[in-house]
Design a binder for this molecule. Structure first.
Ligand code: ATP
Ligand code: SF4
Ligand code: MG
Length: 382
């Protein structure tokens, strides 16, 4: 379906130096978001802080696809919401095209609001069920008072075509579409204002695996052919692997490793990144799954021992130490800085006192963890 897409010509080359591919578009420094925890009776007081995001640095370049990966609750969505200014940070800074927007007011954000868009995880709840597709996709143009050449309806029909939907479905309602199609509507809405950066928060997690590849393909096409930068949030390294040129791995509010795709997938140094990438074959006894009691070999992802600690009182020193097989005394007392440790390629940063050796052999067999994800990868690469 996405193969036949006709995309409009890329935007004209910008004269502004900060629009050149490879230039920093979004720079996040020491970003912090703590949510107060209220308790007590009858007077409710702040009794603690959820340290959802705790001092992260990220740079997304013009036209680049940047993947942000980590387990549930590690602060990915909070990061996305801080960047899109849906949340006010507790500390740190966010600059966009060289301009500090950390505490910018609505009014100050007006000129750039159209340039940063968000695609949400749930294609069911993120679309207003009472609005037609035409109304939904033209909404951002309406809010921003933008009247494209030929009118909004013409533009919406073009956008529907770009995302692989039938422009004749302009007057239909969200419930008349499948999950994958609804996510395409979300993509069309995000493209309506010709953004420079799209924050996609787990845009395919709620979709069937077979549909995931189609939507990832669409996003990839949009990123490459329209030159839009992406911050692609996912809990699975396999999903961002073929989509992101650079990847950051988050754990409990911190970025613990960041680097280009090859460094992260073939030479990971942080034990947590290793854990996310590794898999062991597991044999289940048939009867449950197989016929006639024969053994059915299955591959299953390694589950890390123990739960993710609470972000209200994270472990001292290295936050991964309670689950790390390499932890030593130093890990409890000294927080490892995110730096380019010896043996890393340029730009590959790791926060660990006792990192794993860089692995030189391809980890392809480890990366694809189950047949469903393998199908997704093959589909997306074809
Ligand atoms: N508005 C809020 N008030 C209090 N705590 C919050 C709020 N939003 C998020 N949190 C907490 O902050 C932490 C990070 O949440 P966040 O949604 O950013 O994680 P995530 O990595 O996106 O997880 P998931 O993969 O489940 O979407 C969690 O412990 C969450 O409970
Ligand atoms: S700093 Fe220590 S606990 Fe943290 S990942 Fe490295 S070895 Fe493990
Ligand atoms: Mg989330």
């Amino acid at each position: 379906m996405t193969e036949d897409l006709v995309l409009p010509a890329p935007r004209e080359a910008a004269t502004d130096v900060t629009d050149a591919p490879g230039e920093p578009l979004l720079v996040v420094e020491k970003l912090v978001k703590h949510f107060p925890v209220k308790g007590g009776f009858p007077i409710r007081r702040t009794v603690g802080q959820v340290q959802a995001v705790d001092g992260i640095d990220l740079t997304v370049h013009v036209g680049e696809s940047f993947g942000l990966v980590g387990e549930s609750g590690c602060g990915k969505s909070t990061t996305g919401r801080l960047i899109t200014k849906l949340l006010e940070p507790t500390g740190g800074s966010i600059s966009y095209r060289g301009k500090d927007i950390t505490h910018a007011t609505r009014r100050q954000l007006t000129p750039i609001r159209s340039e940063i868009q968000m695609i949400f995880q749930d294609p069911y709840s993120s679309l207003n069920p009472r609005q037609t597709v035409g109304k939904i996709v033209s909404g951002p143009m309406e809010i921003n008072g933008i009247e494209p050449e030929g009118g909004r309806e013409k533009r919406v029909r073009e956008l529907l075509e770009i995302v692989g939907l039938n422009p004749e479905h302009y007057n239909r309602f969200p419930h008349e579409f499948s999950g994958g199609q609804r996510q395409r509507i979300g993509v069309a809405r995000a493209l309506a204002l010709e953004p420079k950066l799209i924050v996609a928060d787990e845009p395919v997690s709620a979709l069937d695996v077979s549909i995931q590849a189609q939507v990832v393909n669409l996003l990839q096409k949009v990123q490459q052919e329209l030159g839009i930068a992406f911050l692609f949030i996912a809990h699975d390294l396999a999903v961002v692997r073929h989509f992101s040129q650079r990847v950051a791995v988050m754990y409990l509010g911190k970025v613990i490793e960041v680097g280009d795709r090859d460094s992260i997938y073939t030479r990971p140094r942080h034990p947590y990144t290793h854990a996310l990438l590794s898999a062991v074959p597991e044999v289940k006894v048939g009867g449950e799954d197989g016929e006639d009691g024969e053994e059915v070999p299955q591959r299953e992802r390694i589950r890390l021992a123990g739960d993710v600690p609470s972000p209200i009182s994270p472990p001292s020193g290295c936050r991964f130490r309670t689950r790390c097989w390499k932890a030593q005394d130093k890990c409890a007392t000294e927080e490892p800085p995110l730096i380019q440790i010896s043996g890393n390629h340029a730009g590959h940063l790791t926060a660990c006192h006792f990192p794993e050796e860089p692995t030189i052999e391809a980890r392809d067999e480890d990366i694809v963890l189950d047949p469903a994800l393998a199908a997704l990868e093959m589909d997306a690469e074809s």
